[in-house]
Design a protein around this ligand. Structure first.
Ligand code: ATP
Ligand code: MG
Length: 158
């Protein structure tokens, strides 16, 4: 199916609104370009939802999370940015592994299984895309999901 990225971003943000409000956080979408991708609306939504959930979960109260969307060279980039705890360079590869959590003792309090990012990685790969991470401890993180844009639909000719 063809799925609209701006719609996916709206739903993913909406599914995190209770957690964000509880921490007095705002989730701010910044959709510069509209795009459609081919794939599962529910899976891509779940991927973006997981990234936003992490951004909220691993950030202090009253900070903001940005969700940017832009298209370049046939690729749509969905970038989720937080001002949270960040991830040390030596952990950055490992956070995409199943069940891996940076600080199990501390994050046990907040629950979670350590599956979120492994699902994001799987969804990215199964849609022909990728997930990358920029982060600096104490400053924050940006997770960027890149997916190929669906080509123009076949036009009906008269
Ligand atoms: P789950 O998503 O299954 O509820 P989880 O959040 O622990 O549990 P992942 O989403 O896979 O699992 O994330 C793995 C680990 O990566 C987290 O435990 C956390 O330590 C770290 N992490 C993920 N996102 C962020 C972020 N935005 N900022 C800082 N650390 C993060
Ligand atoms: Mg998570």
């Amino acid at each position: 199916e063809r799925v609209s990225i701006s719609r996916i971003v709206d739903v993913a943000i909406d599914r995190n609104k209770v957690q964000a409000a509880a921490k007095r956080m705002r989730i701010i979408p910044r959709v510069l370009d509209e795009a459609e991708v081919l794939g599962s609306e529910e899976l891509v939504t779940m991927a973006v939802q997981n990234l936003v959930a992490n951004a909220v979960q691993y950030s202090p109260e009253a900070t903001h999370v940005g969700v940017g969307v832009r298209v370049a060279d046939g690729i749509v980039e969905i970038a989720v940015t937080d001002k949270g705890v960040g991830i040390a360079p030596e952990e950055q590869e490992r956070v995409f592994e199943r069940f891996y959590r940076v600080d199990p003792a501390r994050s046990r309090v907040t629950g979670g299984t350590g599956l979120g990012l492994s699902i994001v990685k799987h969804v990215a790969a199964s849609h022909g895309g990728e997930i990358t991470l920029w982060s600096r401890p104490g400053q924050g993180s940006t997770f960027t999901l890149r997916l190929p844009v669906a080509g123009a639909p076949a036009k009906e000719t008269a």
